[in-house]
Design a protein. Structure first.
Length: 271
């Protein structure tokens, strides 16, 4: 499906753009003619992505290396884009690199997760959405996860933060959609990203990080689902697995769903 991205332009901000889904979003939005601001922690990787995009699509690019767990992260991004008109925001950051029990990790790790996944996207939407409303056009895509459907082991802070993202996107859609701003919470299941490959390799589930994890949805499919459903918010499921999971959990009580999630996570870990 061809999407007219020009109506959202002229600039897009992609947070978490150094690899995986974020880099795929940056590529697709640049291919649609939008200038892109690429945000992540690793400057070298951002520079590589920006160089390829600029050469391939002839758009303007900017990069901003920032640790989203730091208190001033959103302020730095807002200041870095203060001279351009941002019409598209994609928030991809905030994967869980640990997947460990809550008490086995530090409280600082949990607090950093909430900062990255909840506080920063809220701050960015509050700062960038007003100009979209004034123009009567804009798009905000916030990546969620099936982990946010119901609480599960080894992802206590992560699952809670993704539940926040899902409800935040839904509520924001209810306020901004009448003003012409498309908001979607993009709910992902198992997705083929470098972070997932590293995790499954460390757990012995794949032989090398060059191997695609079983059942993982390609990053390009995630982007395609988002762009083809920008006007179909507030919640968009990516892949049959996560859509089926949502349907199953909705048919059960909360307590049954929590028990089911615990069993599913334990089985996935081979324990």
């Amino acid at each position: 499906m061809t999407v007219d991205l020009g109506r959202y332009g002229p600039w897009a901000v992609i947070v978490g753009a150094s690899d995986g889904v974020g880099a795929a979003f940056a590529e697709a939005l640049a291919a649609g003619g939008l200038n892109v601001v690429l945000v992540a922690r690793r400057q070298a990787l951002l520079n590589e992505v920006a160089a390829v995009i600029a050469k391939r699509h002839g758009v303007q690019t900017r990069t901003l290396a920032v640790d989203l767990a730091e208190a001033g992260a959103a302020k730095a991004l807002i200041e870095a884009t203060g001279d351009v008109e941002v019409g598209f925001l994609v928030y991809c950051a905030g994967a869980d690199p640990d997947f460990t029990p809550f008490l086995a990790n530090t409280i600082a790790a949990a607090e950093a997760m909430v900062q990255r996944n909840c506080v920063v996207p809220m701050q960015l939407c509050h700062a960038l959405a007003p100009s979209m409303v004034r123009r009567g056009a804009g798009a905000i895509v916030i990546l969620g996860s099936g982990a946010g459907f119901v609480g599960g082991p080894n992802m206590v802070a992560y699952g809670a933060s993704k539940a926040f993202d899902m409800v935040f996107a839904e509520a924001l859609w209810s306020e901004l959609q009448p003003a012409g701003v498309d908001v979607i919470g993009l709910i992902l299941g198992k997705t083929d990203t470098p972070a997932l490959r590293r995790l499954e390799f460390e757990r012995g589930q794949i032989a090398s990080t060059d191997e695609t994890p079983a059942g993982a949805v390609p990053a390009e499919q995630v982007v395609a689902a988002a762009l083809s459903n920008l006007g179909n918010g507030p919640t968009v499921y990516v892949g049959e697995q996560v859509a089926g999971m949502a349907q199953l959990l909705a048919s059960q009580g909360r307590n049954e769903s929590v028990a089911f999630m615990a069993q599913a996570v334990t089985a996935a870990m081979g324990k």
